[in-house]
Design a protein around this ligand. Structure first.
Ligand SMILES: *[C@@H]1O[C@H](CO)[C@@H](O)[C@H](O)[C@H]1NC(C)=O
Ligand SMILES: *[C@@H]1O[C@H](CO)[C@@H](O)[C@H](O)[C@H]1NC(C)=O
Ligand SMILES: *[C@@H]1O[C@H](CO)[C@@H](O)[C@H](O)[C@H]1NC(C)=O
Length: 311
């Protein structure tokens, strides 16, 4: 009901007309209709839940879950064994100070990928905070890697691939959208999924696309259980056909190394983003153009010449 009301209001606002705005006053028949219609699914679900059919369904789901849990614990003990045997995990893993002796924090036990014993600020002393920080780190790492691809590829394609984008430089794309430009995907003329829409449609699409993953992240992998989807891993590496379609975790030893590579590349990508921001602010160009400028004339196009331009 609230959603219904809302849509009408924003519809009215978008069109900016008094006539349409008045549509948000619904008659009592409409309100009654909506109430009855929205009550039907709940009543039906409740009826099924209380019936013998509901009990059978529930029993079957619990049996299924038990089978999946057995698989999940087998999966996890294989992964644990792989970590125990890996160079990158456990007591003898590489540390950030290399051979220099140091009292590394004991709560960093080498069970997570990319743990070099580095936590000078003691941020991860609290185990719950530690979990949260790792979850944030891996999430930001993945977004940064995806984002870096998205920032570099269009500019590369335009510079060397013969593509013609309305705007290839990552930080100016949003601006050209605000100017009312139509954006083609991959520079293919006429291919615009949301690129021809207004900024509001794009914002709504982005919101909807983010809600799913964020919901799953907050609720954990159990969030999918009502749909009959049981996952063997944990919240950061859920596994299963849905999250690991290539069965990369099937080879448990290889998978532990892939995790290390992932977080390393992710950290690099996060750093790269700092660079992208700084470059955009100082040079006003895209990262690929900056690199090309630097390679073609390293003496005159470098960080010093940007910070202290020759007079
Ligand atoms: C458990 O794992 C085996 C082998 O990976 C698979 O064949 C079986 O279908 C799985 N069972 C469930 C309930 O996922
Ligand atoms: C991994 O090592 C720990 C202790 O180092 C041990 O308790 C555990 O049983 C080992 N797990 C596997 C699956 O090998
Ligand atoms: C994934 O690969 C492993 C090892 O190659 C294999 O044992 C397992 O059955 C595979 N799982 C699926 C779902 O294909």
């Amino acid at each position: 009901m609230i959603v219904h009301h809302h849509l009408q209001v924003s519809d009215g606002l978008l069109h900016g007309s008094k006539h349409q705005f008045s549509r948000c006053r619904a008659s009592w028949q409409e309100v009654g209709g909506v109430l009855v219609l929205s009550a039907i699914p709940f009543t039906a679900v409740k009826a099924i839940a209380n019936s013998p059919l509901g009990e059978t369904l529930e029993r079957r789901m619990q049996e299924k879950k038990r089978a999946y849990l057995t698989n999940a614990s087998l999966y996890q003990s294989l992964q644990q064994e792989a970590r125990n045997n890996s160079f990158w995990y456990g007591e003898n893993r590489p540390r950030w100070l290399g051979p220099i002796p140091f009292q590394y924090p004991t709560y960093l036990d080498g069970q997570l990928p990319g743990d070099y014993g580095f936590d000078i600020a003691g941020l991860s002393k609290d185990p719950i905070a530690f979990k949260t920080y790792f979850n944030f780190e891996i999430l930001h790492a993945r977004w940064a890697m995806l984002g870096a691809l998205g920032a570099l590829i269009p500019e590369l394609l335009e510079l060397v691939g013969g593509f013609d984008f309305v705007e290839a430089v990552w930080w100016r794309v949003g601006y050209s959208k605000l100017q009312g430009q139509t954006l083609d995907y991959l520079g293919i003329p006429g291919l615009h999924v949301a690129g021809s829409q207004g900024i509001i449609v794009i914002a709504i699409s982005q919101f909807l696309l983010m809600v799913g993953p964020e919901y799953a992240r907050y609720c954990g992998i159990e969030a999918l259980e009502p749909l009959g989807i049981y996952l063997p891993g944990d919240v950061n590496y859920p596994g299963g056909v849905l999250f690991d379609p290539l069965n990369l975790s099937g080879d448990a030893d290889g998978f532990q190394e892939l995790k290390v590579k992932e977080i390393k590349n992710g950290r690099l990508a996060m750093l790269a983003w700092l660079g992208f921001y700084a470059q955009a602010a100082f040079t006003g160009k895209g990262p690929v153009q900056n690199l090309v400028d630097h390679i073609s004339d390293p003496l005159h196009n470098n960080i010093l010449s940007v910070l202290w331009p020759p007079l």
